[in-house]
Unconditional design. Structure first.
Length: 203
């Protein structure tokens, strides 16, 4: 345990202002998303643009591509949430059938295996299979956030758990701590969106 603590301290001393800014903006995104505030997408756009650079530097190529996708989805999310907003109501939270999620998980698993193999055999990627799995699952989960699908929070619970380990091992300690904080905040998001869906159904 002492060795682990010393390792964490050593990595924290290596943090950069750029990574700190990306982390702060990412926290802002999640806090605002929990509150269903459309400005979460502005924070997401700024944070993900920064992470494209950071992930390329860390040789997490799928994560870099993922953050580029996040940037595009930030624009899309802003548009969808704005289009669903009226003077009296926000875009409503919805739930999708289990069959849809089962099909998505199957497709993600197959695609991650193929992507991981390509990265493992043709690049110097770190954690090719885990990187591919989290990246592809995150693509789907981000789309669910943009559409305000309640189940997105369960996906993020798994994705963020893996990401904590992966970013720590690649020398991005603040980002690893960010995903740890995400894990703490996810239950609040799940509860808040569940309450919002129930209230909308009763309205």
């Amino acid at each position: 345990m002492a060795v682990l603590f010393d390792t964490i301290l050593a990595q924290l001393r290596e943090w950069t202002p750029l990574e700190a800014a990306a982390v702060i903006l990412a926290i802002g995104y999640l806090l605002l998303a929990i509150r269903e505030n459309i400005w979460c997408w502005a924070c997401a756009a700024a944070s993900t643009a920064t992470y494209v650079y950071l992930c390329l530097h860390a040789r997490l190529y799928m994560e870099a591509m993922l953050n580029l996708y996040y940037f595009v989805m930030a624009v899309y999310g802003w548009h969808v949430w704005l289009a669903g907003h009226t003077s009296e109501h926000e875009l409503a939270v919805v739930a999708w059938p289990v069959s849809v999620h089962a099909a998505a998980l199957g497709a993600i698993g197959v695609a991650a295996a193929a992507s991981g193999y390509v990265l493992a055999t043709h690049t110097d990627a770190a954690f090719p299979y885990l990187d591919s799995l989290t990246a592809l699952a995150s693509i789907w989960a981000t789309f669910l956030v943009a559409r305000k699908v309640l189940e997105n929070w369960w996906y993020w619970l798994v994705i963020d758990t893996v990401s904590v380990y992966m970013y720590f091992r690649r020398g991005l300690p603040l980002t690893s701590l960010l995903f740890t904080l995400y894990l703490v905040m996810i239950p609040f998001g799940l509860v808040a969106w569940t309450r919002s869906r129930r209230e909308a159904a009763l309205a």
